[in-house]
Ligand binder design. Structure first.
Ligand code: BJ8
Length: 431
């Protein structure tokens, strides 16, 4: 596929069946194809195995939706989620499909702003706007969505989203004391009961063991990809790695893990041959902070266009999603759910207080990735990440790590200003 020939395929009949605003959505489809072609296919020295992920984008509104509709016909429900605290293993164990619905597009924000306040997180507005404007086939295909009480913008939006699509909410504790773990375990059990009710299937020990194995394998493949990016020169661009991490939230997990492992095989050969991407001596940058949902490639594109290579994403669309695995040796449902809860409690989102383990994790990933600077990325109006940024900055000052913090949304308005700040940051690394 070349930049000129790439397109996101159109499926207008299926979209009409899904009660979408087809005419409007088709324009968004064309724009996505153009942006993707320019940003991704023009990169030099791309790994061959990225062809699969290009196809996943080309078919993002088609083949994958068809697969989900076929699953629904077999009685396997599709569950939408917005946060890595919602345990997808339970959906998979019940035979369902889990899909991440976080919004990363400016295109759906005006739909949300007709109802929601303007001064809330763009990720929440984008997701809500996709449903309100009927311009996302994933939102149209889900049987129900499962939100959570991580941040105020999300938890209050779920009350309104419930008017448009059945929306259930998990209470996420805000601290990590024993009584918080007890609450979390109870929430996990409620989630399982809800999924079983909709799937009309009781999850057995074997079902859950198989699902834990499947999702652990997906997370292991992503861990392998992250480890390979530590090589100098980096064998894959940050944009491509971020794309793989984004696709992890909607692809079929077994197929996805096989493709990521295939990509890693190729990257291992590159590392052995000393072959990489980006200009020789490119500054290596780690990005840390709020998740970048599809198609939010703004910061990676700015960094890599300015000559850097991004080598790590400390984010939920990044290492926070896959750094921890679930122990696979439990033999009863109670023990499996306890192991699952323990794994999920390790996620170090800024919605927890205190959350000092994230500061340690950022420093660890900085060292492990061979990065030379950290760019902290916070979505506009995300108070928890914006405030926790202070501790990350202090840690970087202590350790002498070149550091830049930015706060941004999905609009192109701040691109010029960000470009200037990013170029100055890269100069600081080069000195
Ligand atoms: S575990 S990061 S996926 S909550 S960026 S919507 S917090 S105002 S996304 Fe998140 Fe789960 Fe935490 Fe990860 Fe609110 Fe902040 Fe927006 Fe956020």
């Amino acid at each position: 596929m070349t930049t000129a020939s790439f397109e996101v395929k159109a499926y207008p009949e299926m979209w009409a069946e899904l009660e979408m605003d087809v005419a409007r959505f088709d324009k968004a489809r064309q724009m996505l194809g153009e942006i993707y072609g320019k940003m991704f296919l023009g990169q030099s020295a791309r790994p061959r195995a990225m062809a699969y992920f290009d196809t996943m984008i080309s078919e993002i509104f088609g083949a994958r939706i068809q697969e989900m509709r076929a699953a629904k016909q077999e009685g396997r429900p599709v569950v939408g989620t917005f946060c890595v605290y919602v345990p997808e293993e339970i959906v998979v164990a019940a035979g369902g499909i889990c899909v991440g619905l976080c919004g990363g597009s400016q295109g759906s924000v005006p739909d949300a702003e007709k109802i929601l306040p303007r001064n809330i997180c763009p990720m929440v507005k984008s997701a809500y706007g996709f449903k309100a404007g009927r311009i996302c086939p994933y939102f149209q295909v889900v049987d129900f969505v499962y939100g959570e009480t991580t941040c105020d913008a999300k938890k209050k939006t779920w009350e309104l989203l419930d008017r448009l699509v059945p929306t259930h909410v998990m209470e996420i504790p805000q601290m990590k004391n024993p009584r918080d773990r007890a609450l979390w375990l109870a929430e996990v059990k409620d989630f399982k009961a809800k999924v079983e009710e909709v799937c009309k299937k009781r999850v057995s020990v074997d079902d859950l063991a198989r699902a834990i194995g499947v999702i652990n394998a997906k997370r292991r493949a992503l861990q392998r990809l992250t480890a390979l990016r530590a090589a100098t020169p980096a064998p894959i661009s940050g944009k491509d790695a971020l794309l793989v991490e984004q696709i992890a939230f909607y692809d079929e997990p077994v197929r996805f893990a096989a493709q990521v492992n295939g990509l890693c095989d190729e990257l291992e050969e590159r590392v052995a041959a000393g072959k990489g991407v980006g200009p020789a001596g490119a500054p290596r940058v780690m990005v840390s902070g709020t998740p970048m949902a599809l198609p939010n490639w703004k910061v990676h594109n700015l960094l890599e266009t300015a000559g850097a290579v991004v080598v790590n994403e400390e984010s939920c669309i990044g290492t926070r999603y896959f750094k921890d695995l679930i122990a696979e040796d439990a033999t009863t449902l109670d023990d499996q759910l306890a192991a699952l809860t323990d794994r999920y409690m390790q996620i170090d989102c800024s919605c927890f207080t205190p959350n000092n383990e994230r500061v340690d994790q950022v420093l660890k990933e900085y060292r492990d990735s061979g990065a030379q600077g950290i760019l902290h990325y916070s979505l506009q109006f995300c108070h928890t990440y914006n405030i926790e940024e202070i501790k990350i900055r202090e840690a970087c000052e202590r350790e002498g790590i070149p550091y830049l913090a930015i706060e941004s949304d999905y609009s192109p308005e701040d691109v010029g200003q960000l470009q200037t700040r990013i170029e100055a940051f890269l100069e600081q690394i080069r000195e």
